[in-house]
Design a protein around this ligand. Structure first.
Ligand SMILES: Cc1cc2nc3c(=O)[nH]c(=O)nc-3n(C[C@H](O)[C@H](O)[C@H](O)COP(=O)(O)OP(=O)(O)OC[C@H]3O[C@@H](n4cnc5c(N)ncnc54)[C@H](O)[C@@H]3O)c2cc1C
Length: 429
């Protein structure tokens, strides 16, 4: 029996790997010419062998499945980093990020100003905690944060989850569990997908347009042909999945879950600068700003250069499609953080929202675990995976990997059940 997997991002390759290890027939159809989906690295734009991580960069403590995969496969992690300090008080919260390196109005905020803002936000979080579905903007308005604390608190949504504050659930940033203790991968993030995909049967430039069910199983129509399978694991993002036709149409509960799962909107801006050590010493490990170059971090690269990687929410002003303007903005913010004018030698901007097979950055947290379970539920032989279906580490790489393995286990469970039914029948015969 054969399983087809739609998508060669982390969910897809880890699903395929698990099925292959169990001796199953499995193949992957990938729409683009790239492996790794939202972890893809750009190998063209930067200099001195640097690879620009267009999507994910950070492995956080707690992404245990991936951390153990790195260990087992001798994949090197860079230095452990805390992107912002613990506090206020001995804990992490949505206010903690304000204690890190923050640039407002083109100038770095002094330590006492950051402590004051963080304390104001912390007081409000303690006395009037945000509701589950309340957006960051709605909460900040409801509790009446003073203007400078309001701006400082709400700007972190541009980094995590790369979205505007009015579109981001408070749940996503409070408590801020991304960036406390984390690692960048040496080289590029897509080493994970490349290593996991070794030996797999993957066809590129094969966007699946229609999945139809017939008496002999499923038929998958792509731009290049037709494939057959007994089970299908769908790992495309929410917006990409909505673009696939299903015959018969998906049941209403599944369609509703897909329609009620918005994706955050934005991309990445990446600049490579000379005097890398000097910039990192002055400004690293990360800088939060009140501009569209929301938050960026510093990765040492060859010939004493530093690659600065920043998240950029789609503010609707066209900046994500104007590379020169976006990079100029990044230059100005790096200058403010470092305290001198840096010389940029390369750079690029990647807009995830406008990519046909992605349609955004990650799924929104609004709706929480209950909706994710509906997103993950199988429909006959159609099994759903990908970060949007993850119940642990949803939206992150870890959630994608676990979801792929969960879907593969569902298929393996079906096969076992089938063998259990067939075996006694044969014995009786
Ligand atoms: C800017 C950015 C920063 C991020 N930062 C981090 C971070 O620091 N740490 C972290 O843990 N996570 C981060 N993430 C999230 C992480 O990248 C994702 O959660 C994860 O990579 C998603 O993997 P996936 O397999 O679910 O989906 P994807 O990576 O989207 O893979 C799905 C694949 O399906 C393909 N596809 C889509 N439609 C079709 C079709 N019709 N037919 C065939 N193939 C199709 C796509 O081309 C894609 O390759 C970030 C994401 C972005 C975009």
């Amino acid at each position: 029996m054969t399983t087809a997997i739609i998508g060669a991002g982390l969910a897809g390759v880890f699903a395929a790997r698990r099925l292959r290890e169990a001796g199953e027939d499995v193949y992957v159809l990938e729409a683009t010419e790239y492996l790794g989906g939202r972890t893809r690295g750009d190998r063209e734009a930067l200099k001195h062998g640097a690879i620009g991580d267009l999507g994910a960069s950070w492995l956080d403590r707690g992404q245990d499945r991936l951390l153990s995969f790195c260990l087992e496969n001798d994949i090197k992690l860079g230095a452990q980093v805390a992107m912002y300090p613990k506090g206020p008080g001995p804990r992490y919260s949505g206010a903690s990020i304000l204690l890190g390196n923050v640039v407002v109005g083109g100038a770095p905020l002094a330590t006492d100003a950051r402590q004051r803002l963080a304390a104001q936000v912390q007081d409000a979080l303690d006395s009037q905690p945000p509701g589950l579905a309340e957006t960051v903007l709605a909460w900040a308005r409801r509790v009446g944060l003073p203007p400078d604390a309001f701006d400082a608190y709400t700007m972190q949504t541009g980094f995590n989850p790369v979205q505007r504050p009015g579109m981001t659930s408070s749940w996503h940033v409070h408590p801020g569990d991304i960036g406390r203790i984390c690692w960048l991968l040496d080289g590029s993030t897509d080493v994970l997908a490349h290593r996991a995909a070794e030996g797999l049967d993957i066809s590129y430039r094969e966007p699946v347009r229609l999945v139809s069910r017939g008496p002999g199983g499923y038929r998958l129509l792509t731009d290049r042909g037709e494939h057959r399978a007994d089970d299908v694991i769908i790992t495309s993002s929410v917006n990409a999945t909505r673009r696939i036709g299903f015959d018969p149409v998906l049941p209403s509960w599944k369609l509703e879950a897909l329609l009620q799962s918005p994706m955050t909107q934005g991309g990445k801006v990446i600049g490579q600068y000379e005097d890398g050590r000097r910039i990192i010493d002055a400004a690293g490990p990360s800088t939060l700003t009140d501009t569209d170059a929301a938050m960026f971090w510093y990765k040492p690269t060859g010939q004493d250069t530093v690659t600065v990687l920043g998240c950029m929410p789609d503010s609707g002003n066209g900046l994500l499609d104007d590379e020169a303007a976006a990079l100029t903005l990044l230059d100005s913010q790096v200058e403010a953080a470092a305290g001198f004018t840096p010389k940029r030698i390369a750079g690029l901007v990647h807009n995830w929202t406008s990519q046909e097979f992605f349609g955004g950055v990650v799924s929104s947290q609004t709706g929480g675990a209950a909706r994710r379970e509906v997103m993950a539920a199988s429909v006959g032989g159609l099994h759903f995976a990908g970060e949007a279906t993850g119940t642990r580490w949803a939206t992150a790489m870890e959630g994608a990997v676990r979801s792929g393995e969960r879907a593969a286990d569902t298929v393996l469970g079906k096969r076992r059940a089938l063998r259990g039914v067939v075996a006694p029948a044969v014995a009786l015969g």
